[in-house]
Design a protein around this ligand. Structure first.
Ligand SMILES: O=C(O)CCC(=O)C(=O)O
Ligand SMILES: [Fe+2]
Length: 410
């Protein structure tokens, strides 16, 4: 096991993400080295590196054209598939989404070009706080972190008001088109998800102001890392809105948590990867749990991912849908989305802990964690199985909690 006492880690001068503009520049300079700064050593326990490869092929696939179908039976099938994907995985690949491949390719290559601009060229966009429409930086929230992440980011608030960097040339126009397209896909998916909860298709969008809602465009760059087994591009976390839509260059690195296992995501050609996010968990009253995910890095190649996170109106207070409350008890309290978003962005990214601020039933979780810790003389799949047996709980719920616990404790 490597630790900060490992000479391979320690022969690199200590670097804090607060003192650098990008990890890309550090990686470029250190390309021939075999070390990383100890401040980037986040995978301290080998158990955190375990991946369940056999689950990759089981990741659900949603055919978007069926969701749009005029044939009620085909549409109903698609809604059923969505329900299953949201309930069991919180993650799915969307095929036949209608977004041109050329647009996707352009957005990825322009995102890479943006990150390749010099530090001076990017200086005007340096992250000056969560409410700034355009901000670029490195890691996640460097000031609040003990350990940093091997990632540079550009984050732009693209809806309800459009803002975007004016360079490199063409980026603004292509991104505008892409953001519009992904909002359309996200809205349709949200309609299908609404239906799958026995609500009117428009119900969630209307109650939460989706049409004046918040969209963030995030371009992530993960440079090659000399010790990928020690560093993470992004730690385990869930996203803040309803649905996050992700595209990437040909390099893998996204992993999702499924029943306590980390699973590599291998996208189908031309698919868009979708994960359900925190506000959907709130609106569905905990039925569709936001998926815990992370980004791993590799030794040789630069990975680019582009995410649009599509959420409610910042001024709306999001709470479990009132129609669901006729038959259920609320497991979340309402919170203005602006407040939630700022909470999530300002702090250290830490599993799903941000949701603890709005849970009405944190006790249930603590009891579960107690069972889990007590039963955890083994690792991998077994603790979650033990907890499922002991508590008779929904395996997906246990998987989530196990994932959060793994990210907090290991
Ligand atoms: O790059 C990835 O695969 C994950 C990115 C991500 O989770 C995010 O930007 O929130
Ligand atoms: Fe994410």
């Amino acid at each position: 096991m490597a630790s900060s006492a490992d000479p391979v880690v320690n022969n690199f001068p200590s670097i804090r993400a607060t003192d650098i503009c990008s990890i890309k520049a550090v990686a470029d300079e250190s390309a021939k080295l075999s070390a990383i700064p100890a401040t980037y050593n986040s995978l301290t326990d080998p158990r955190q590196r375990q991946v369940s490869d056999e689950l990759t092929a089981q990741i659900p696939v949603i055919d978007f054209s069926l969701l749009l179908s005029d044939d009620p039976q085909l549409h109903a099938k698609a809604v059923q598939h969505l329900a299953k994907a949201c309930e069991e995985w919180g993650f799915f690949m969307v095929i036949n989404h209608g977004i041109p491949v050329s647009l996707i390719d352009d957005v990825i290559s322009l995102s890479q070009k943006f990150h390749n601009l010099s530090d001076e060229d990017k200086a005007e966009f340096t992250d000056k706080g969560v409410s700034t429409p355009i901000r670029c930086g490195t890691s996640f929230s460097p000031k609040s972190e003990d350990v940093h992440y091997w990632r540079d980011y550009l984050k732009v608030i693209t809806h309800p008001h459009w803002a975007f960097p004016h360079k490199p040339q063409g980026f603004n126009d292509e991104a505008k088109e892409y953001c519009r397209e992904t909002r359309k896909v996200a809205r349709k998916l949200l309609e299908g998800i609404s239906e799958s909860l026995d609500l009117e298709p428009e119900a969630i969008a209307k109650a939460t102001g989706f049409d004046t809602g918040h969209q963030v465009f995030i371009a992530n760059l993960y440079p090659p890392c000399p010790r990928p087994e020690l560093a993470l591009g992004m730690p385990p976390h869930s996203d803040h809105g309803f649905l996050a839509l992700l595209i990437q260059n040909d390099i893998g690195g996204l992993q999702i948590s499924h029943k306590g296992n980390w699973v590599n995501v291998e996208p189908l050609p031309n698919s868009i990867l979708v994960n359900t996010a925190d506000q959907l968990e709130v609106a569905s009253n905990g039925k569709y749990r936001s998926v815990l995910h992370r980004a791993v890095v590799n030794k040789k190649e630069t990975r680019i991912s582009v995410v649009t996170v599509n959420g409610p109106d910042l001024e709306k207070e999001v709470r479990p849908m009132p129609e669901l409350m006729e038959r259920e008890e609320a497991v979340f309290r309402g919170m203005k989305f602006k407040e939630y978003y700022e909470l999530q962005q300002k702090n250290r990214l830490d599993g799903k802990t941000c949701m603890d601020h709005i849970r009405t039933k944190p006790r249930e979780q603590r009891v579960l964690l107690g069972h889990l810790k007590a039963s955890c003389s083994v690792y991998g799949n077994e603790p979650s199985l033990t907890v499922i047996e002991k508590t008779n709980l929904n395996p997906a719920a246990v998987g989530d909690i196990v994932g959060t616990w793994i990210s907090e404790s290991w």
